[in-house]
Design a protein around this ligand. Structure first.
Ligand code: ZN
Ligand code: ZN
Length: 553
């Protein structure tokens, strides 16, 4: 009997770091793996976040049986609050993953009516047409999972975000034995995290960061130390707290997500610290600098986060200065380098000592490098391979590694957002595409497509030109001659003369049109816009936004 094919639709994360999301389909039933967001680049004016295009999923909402979350990072869970408005299905993940997601959805007042299903390491769950197994992996957030999706055409392994950390802080290692056993059974397809596929060697263990922090703290017994890191990086927070306690420092948490994540992690017994270690931020000044360790959010330069506020000098409880050392225990996500640079500069202006991963080993990546990627390929020995989670170059390098490790080159597929593949017992083949463009969210304006963003880019790069004139319809005459003004331009002699020449050209064009009997406001505005555009474009090779305002009365 022919078994029906499995299809995978990639909705995001292939060609960028962020907005990870895919749909897996068999017998008309679908599960979604991850629903993440991406942060905008500096030229995406006014855009707060970027989501996958959920239209394809929305149209199939009746066929979706569950959303499976691999781990609690925003690039895997941050778009949930947009997806669950239309797709209300059970959300699966580890207690921490689901706890983080639930907290964010509760804040957005969207959690009521949703079903969250916590899974333990090694659990297998029947979700719609699939049997989904949750395999522990090490990453920069606790309780992350790879997935083995058991289907009637074979096993699909999704690595999740992972590294092979042999000395993880919580002792919970990647379950390489299970991955190897799956390899023995036969894996039809491996989908692998490509973030560090360009990097040779092995990613340093998270435990190495603790050693670096201990030394830096020891060298600064009389300085207040402020450490910025991801609020979800519970193991990093654990190591910072451990070092602080060793040196008899009180621990102050700054930033809402830091407070709420620490609370949840303690409740789940993933962060081991006695409540008496924490000090209220309002009491910071009661202690000498050497008696305080602050752990705060904002290591990515987010303008509203605690660290940016400290750098701008408007921290509510703490003014940083020459007695302070700020340690950025992080690495900027692509797109955030500029904002992180600003925060570091601002801290220097306040005479703060700044230590970052560029010159001290105060950060370890959560993603596997080439040595670990090779190891995973060797454990799983998949028949086919598709690199996921990475910019295009990362996908290419990961594909090369797979071929090098023995996957047949005609069984390695580089896919991008929107691609669909079909998996049968015969292998993998491409099966068309679905819409998967960027979906922009502007905090004040709501959802945006590409058009207003293109206007914003033109406004920012080329400025705006306003063309005004007044026309008397009954006499067919210009009662107010054309005037052309610009905003966002240099105001030199050359610019002024071009604007004057443009006004004259618009005038004659309008007069010609009026003489020919044209009286429609719409037509006359178009003529003014076209004439001004041609002149400004010709003289300056720029395309400003041209706004005609020809009054016809
Ligand atoms: Zn991650
Ligand atoms: Zn990720």
């Amino acid at each position: 009997m022919a078994k029906s094919a499995v299809r995978i639709a990639f909705l995001g994360g292939l060609g960028e770091i962020g907005r990870n999301c895919m749909a897996i389909e068999q017998n008309e039933r679908i599960i979604v793996v991850d629903a993440g967001l991406m942060f905008p680049e500096p030229n995406m004016y006014g855009i707060d976040i970027i989501l996958p295009d959920f239209r394809w999923l929305r149209e199939r909402r009746d066929r979706i049986d569950g959303i499976v979350l691999t781990h609690g990072h925003e690039d895997h869970t941050g778009a949930l609050r947009y997806l669950v408005r239309d797709v209300n299905v059970p959300i699966y993940g580890s207690a921490l993953t689901v706890g983080f997601a639930k907290h964010r959805l509760t804040e957005a007042k969207l959690a009521a009516g949703l079903t969250f299903i916590e899974v333990a390491d090694g659990d297998r769950r029947r979700i719609g047409a699939f049997d989904v197994e949750f395999i522990p992996v090490t990453h920069s957030v606790p309780s992350a999972h790879a997935l083995a999706i058991h289907t009637s055409v074979g096993i699909i392994v999704h690595s999740g975000d992972f590294k092979l950390d042999l000395t993880p802080i919580d002792g919970r290692r990647t379950d390489v034995a299970r991955l190897a056993a799956l390899g023995d059974e036969g894996v039809a397809l491996l989908l692998g995290d490509s973030t560090n596929a360009e990097e040779p060697g092995f990613t340093a263990s998270e435990a190495t960061v603790g050693g670096a922090l201990r030394r830096l703290f020891l060298e600064r017994p009389n300085r207040r130390i402020v450490v910025g890191c991801f609020a979800s990086h519970i193991h990093r927070v654990q190591q910072i707290i451990d070092v602080a306690i060793e040196q008899k420092r009180r621990v102050v948490l700054l930033g809402r997500s830091m407070e709420s994540n620490v609370k949840l992690a303690r409740k789940l017994n993933l962060l081991h610290v006695d409540a008496s270690v924490f000090e209220d931020p309002a009491n910071i000044d009661r202690y000498a600098p050497g008696e305080i360790c602050v752990i705060c959010t904002g290591s990515q330069g987010e303008p509203l986060a605690a660290l940016s506020k400290l750098a701008r000098g408007d921290g509510r409880f703490l003014q940083v200065g020459a007695d302070d050392t700020v340690i950025l225990s992080s690495h900027p996500i692509p797109g955030n380098e500029w904002s992180v640079g600003r925060v570091i500069d601002d801290l220097h202006r306040l005479h703060v000592e700044v230590i970052h991963s560029g010159h001290e080993p105060v950060h370890a990546s959560g993603h596997a490098r080439q040595g670990e990627l090779r190891t995973l390929l060797q454990l799983v020995r998949p028949r086919s391979f598709i690199p996921i989670h990475g910019e295009y170059r990362h996908l290419v390098h990961h594909a090369d590694l797979a071929v090098e490790m023995g996957v047949g080159s005609d069984h390695v597929w580089i896919c991008e957002d929107g691609d669909v593949v079909e998996i049968t017992e015969a292998g993998v083949r491409r099966d068309g595409t679905i819409p998967a463009g960027f979906h922009y969210i502007d905090g004040t304006a709501g959802d945006l497509d590409e058009a207003p963003l293109e206007d914003r880019r033109m406004l920012a790069e080329h400025g705006v030109v306003l063309v005004t004139a007044g026309i008397d319809k009954s006499t067919g005459t210009l009662v107010e001659r054309a005037r052309v003004t610009a905003r966002g331009w240099f105001e030199g002699e050359r610019e002024t003369s071009v604007l004057e020449a443009t006004a004259q050209a618009v005038n004659s064009a309008l007069e010609d049109a009026l003489a020919a009997g044209e009286r429609s406001s719409e037509a006359l505005n178009k003529i003014a816009q076209r004439t001004a555009g041609r002149l400004v474009g010709g003289k300056f090779r720029r395309q400003p936004v041209i706004l005609p305002a020809i009054t016809v009365i």
